[in-house]
Design a protein around this ligand. Structure first.
Ligand SMILES: Nc1ncnc2c1ncn2[C@@H]1O[C@H](COP(=O)(O)OP(=O)(O)OP(=O)(O)O)[C@@H](O)[C@H]1O
Length: 282
């Protein structure tokens, strides 16, 4: 390993580190949407969405296909800019900010398996996630072994996502469920207080799903979590609250029991679907 000529050259910009934990904004919410709207061309897809998520809440965002769930996530994470309305993270308006800026303000979104480096080991992937969140560039990869803090944090993450025994395995040789665990590890690497996950258990077997729900709960203790989810078992196993999105609006936001009993929700979306679902399924 070549000694770094100047590690300081790889130092992140001031203020690059994301705040840890689910910090509270002046308004008391970790994340808030106020009359949020998004049009593509002449078509309004998000039509005045409102939501106020308290720090530490685990929220499942559900709704029919095409309701606008992914678009909402894209608006919150900075991939899309709202047509109007506001997105507040810890009370700070983040509309129009770039995804990396929002990330550094403490919101992290899972990037799906496609963002894993298949030819790097599990440990190296986690270390990249840590360094990226700190503002380091991948061009400094050759110096990474010298960055003790990043190494320590990557070891900690490895343990949290239960992949200790796969430490030096190339990501491409992991099982599907292990790759998704690695994706979660990369997502939480920077210590963001608000985590967005898009169908984290999609494609998993029932037993994998059950283990994965436990893992998500463990690694997001004290954080604010939003997941887009179709699987009602996962919704009722994971969420403290459910946000129901129908035609670009949040038509209900409440505890699973109350959402299940909500006549408007039943009519618009869940129907017998949810009546059949068991609270705390699996
Ligand atoms: N970039 C875009 N340009 C134009 N239309 C878009 C764009 N992104 C999403 N849409 C449209 O917005 C609507 C909502 O899509 P979105 O993917 O947000 O729904 P969803 O609730 O996540 O659906 P699903 O559950 O099927 O994933 C759809 O009609 C979709 O075609």
């Amino acid at each position: 390993m070549t000694a770094p000529t100047s590690v300081s050259a790889a130092r992140p910009p001031e203020g690059a580190r994301a705040p840890s934990g689910g910090s509270v904004g002046a308004n008391g919410f970790a994340l808030e949407l106020r009359d949020l709207r998004k049009s593509f061309g002449k078509t309004e897809i998000i039509r005045g969405a409102n939501l106020a998520v308290r720090p530490g809440e685990r929220v499942a965002v559900i709704g029919p296909n095409g309701a606008g769930k992914s678009t909402l996530f894209n608006l919150v994470s900075g991939r899309f800019e709202p047509t109007s309305g506001e997105v507040l993270l810890h009370g700070q308006r983040i509309n129009g900010k770039k995804p990396f800026e929002i990330n550094r303000l403490g919101l992290s979104r899972s990037f799906q398996i496609t963002n894993i480096f298949p030819k790097l080991s599990v440990f190296e992937n986690l270390r990249c996630g840590v360094l990226w969140s700190l503002g380091y560039r991948y061009t400094f990869l050759k110096f990474l072994a010298d960055l003790d803090d990043a190494n320590d944090r990557a070891e900690e993450l490895l343990h949290m996502i239960r992949l200790d025994r796969k430490r030096d395995v190339l990501a491409m040789n992991l099982t599907y469920a292990e790759q998704r665990a690695l994706e979660i590890g990369i997502t939480i690497a920077g210590g963001a207080g608000v985590i967005l996950l898009d169908e984290p258990t999609a494609g998993m077997s029932k037993s994998e799903t059950k283990r994965f729900i436990d893992l998500i709960k463990e690694v997001t203790v004290g954080k604010t979590l939003l997941t887009v989810e179709h699987d009602m078992g996962v919704v009722f196993g994971l969420a403290d609250k459910i946000a129901v999105v129908v035609y670009g609006e949040v038509i209900a936001f409440d505890t699973p029991e109350k959402v299940r009993a909500n006549a408007k929700v039943q009519e618009a979306y869940l129907g017998s679907h949810v009546a059949d679902a068991q609270v705390g399924t699996h």
